[in-house]
Design a protein around this ligand. Structure first.
Ligand SMILES: [Zn+2]
Length: 53
């Protein structure tokens, strides 16, 4: 198995500006860009991260 770098992306704005927030519901993520918060996030290979230009 090769080591794969994965990146967590916000499903709304596709940015990786996520902060992990623990809660009674379990791990959730807060996007500091668009304000999205939830347990559902995108996990992609680093090489598949869309350009943010
Ligand atoms: Zn976002």
């Amino acid at each position: 198995m090769s080591e794969e770098e994965t990146v967590l992306l916000c499903p709304h704005c596709l940015k990786s500006n996520l902060k992990v927030v623990g809660g009674f519901m379990g791990t959730q993520y807060l996007c500091k860009d668009c304000g999205y918060q939830g347990a559902l996030i995108l996990e992609v290979d680093e090489k598949d991260v869309p350009d943010q230009d």
